[in-house]
Design a protein around this ligand. Sequence first.
Ligand code: PAP
Length: 304
Amino acid sequence: MISTFPRVQRWSYYQGFWYFPMFLEGLMSAQDHFIPQSTDIFITSCPKTGTTWLKALTFAICTRSFLSGSSASSLLTKMPHDCVPLLEYDFAQNPIKRDRAVPLVSTHVPYSSLPKSVVSSCCKMIYICRDAKDAFVSLWHFIADLQRSKNIEPLSLEEAFELFCSGISSYGPYWDHVLGYWRASLEFPEKILFLTYEEMKKDTASHVKKLAEFMGCSFTLEEEEEGEVQKIISLCSFENLSNLAVSKNGKHRADDSSFAMKNSVFFRKGEIGDWANNLTAEMGARLDDIMEQKLKGSGLKLPR
Ligand code: PAP
């Protein structure tokens, strides 16, 4: 069926958004079959907006009570992506693979295409987004690296930028993805927490506390006094995670020859504003204008 959908480059169009076919297959299967646990919390994002970091933080927050002095966090030996499964890939591949003790599921699926079973449930969602220019640059490097590793000639930065500006990118249009979750977060504030990468970088401690509170596992005074918040921030920092052996030497989806990738591709720079090292000022201004127009009237202004 997917082969009959409109297609540009490797992206297929479905319900207003663009997907690589294998994720679309997983999404369509999830729309038909996925049933969440009532306690599930969904980590939602457009690709390259801070998912790895948010997965690490939420996983560390909600598993902290399992950890005693002797048992170290799984995050030291497992990628955040292997701690928190992806709805449209991991469940499509093997629905029984999940660890039900960890109430976290991630997805890049736009709000309007989430399985009805998720939207009509009482499950909470945490959405993270980021300046469009940085998200685009991060995505371009990620896809280009993957394609080069498979001896496929990647799209040039300029070609990919043109497509991105016309709405064509993984799970794009980017602005519609952001707006879908933004509007839903205004409608259901107790259910959907809307975050930005930039604000989380600027004040990680208050975000970690906010996340814990939203997830229903606030830090106790005792935990705060023992520096638990700071321990989680340090554990999940770019510096710490990117330097772990599992990140440097491990592989993600190692058993899937067409989709295996080095874990290190998830850690590039982890900075705000790196777009300026990749795009011209004109390209930056053009994407800013597009975002401003698309977000106009929504009440949302993304930090830059
Ligand atoms: P995904 O959608 O494939 O899961 P995602 O984690 O959302 O990717 O985005 C990757 C970006 O987050 C990369 O940004 P960059 O390309 O601009 O460098 C990556 O470096 C950054 N990142 C990964 N882990 C962390 C972290 N622990 N703290 C801050 N940024 C991080």
